[in-house]
Design a protein around this ligand. Structure first.
Ligand SMILES: Cc1ncc(COP(=O)(O)OP(=O)(O)O)c(N)n1
Ligand SMILES: Cc1nc(C(=O)O)sc1CCOP(=O)(O)O
Ligand SMILES: [Mg+2]
Length: 212
């Protein structure tokens, strides 16, 4: 089963990114998506080469944002692709069947397409406005998630859906009630001075209804 909490990395430099990722892993994150936008390819590669063994040390999944070829080159666990990135079926043909491919969605139809093309999980958003990403799709709010998740159920489409975009601790329980599988977060984890406590609290809410 996939982790229900994804940390999406932040930082303007390689050092900032590495520090933020290391702190998130130390605090209990088991899934890292390395998101290092608008950088020189050699710097993104350098960061990825450092993040890979770090994630291995912490037994965390390592997903590369956007760059399918980098994900393949460094043998990451997978790649996350947006609506304007490489198509999911092309990525599957290149990465093979064992790697994780995530896809961004804003509508039921986006999810339907991704599932048909062999996607493993969906990042559905944005939940609310966030300054972390530019050019956001229309905001979904709780009712948007509820409607899309109901439609997925009705159409017997079963894929882990992660909510994303401006999520805070108090949003987690109501979001989980809409039927999502988990959440993907940048800002509140990067900015927290009490990361271990925050991640514990997030996990308690995410796994509240799971009987082990
Ligand atoms: C889990 C998850 N969901 C959505 C996104 C957004 O991807 P994308 O639309 O390609 O935007 P960028 O992150 O590339 O700016 C994501 N990264 N992760
Ligand atoms: C990377 C990303 N993608 C989004 C989408 O809606 O597709 S929102 C987002 C930013 C998530 O970071 P934060 O938790 O700081 O809001
Ligand atoms: Mg992208």
């Amino acid at each position: 089963m996939y982790n229900k909490l994804q940390y999406i990395s932040q930082g303007e430099t390689i050092d900032d990114q590495l520090r933020n990722i290391h702190l998130a892993l130390d605090a209990g994150c088991n899934w890292v998506q390395m998101r290092f936008k608008n950088q020189m390819p050699k710097d993104v590669y350098t960061l990825a080469e450092a993040v890979k063994p770090l994630c291995e040390e912490y037994h965390a999944n390592f997903i590369v944002n956007d760059d399918l070829h980098l994900a393949k080159q460094i043998s990451a666990d997978g790649v996350h692709l947006g609506l304007t990135d490489t198509k999911i079926d092309e990525a599957r043909a290149i990465l093979g069947s064992t790697k994780i491919i995530g896809g961004t969605a804003n509508t039921f139809e986006d999810i339907q397409n991704h599932v048909e093309n062999g996607c493993n999980y969906i990042g559905l958003g944005p939940f609310r406005f966030t300054a972390t990403k530019e050019k956001l799709s229309p905001i979904l709010g709780l009712s948007g998630y509820y409607d899309i998740l109901q439609k997925l159920k009705k159409n017997k489409i079963d894929i882990p859906v992660y909510a994303i975009g401006g999520i805070t601790l108090r949003d987690v329980s109501p979001l989980m009630e809409t039927g999502i599988f988990g959440i993907a977060i940048s800002g509140i984890i990067t900015e927290s001075d009490e990361k271990e406590k925050l991640i514990q609290q997030l996990k308690e809410k995410l796994y509240a209804n799971i009987i082990i």
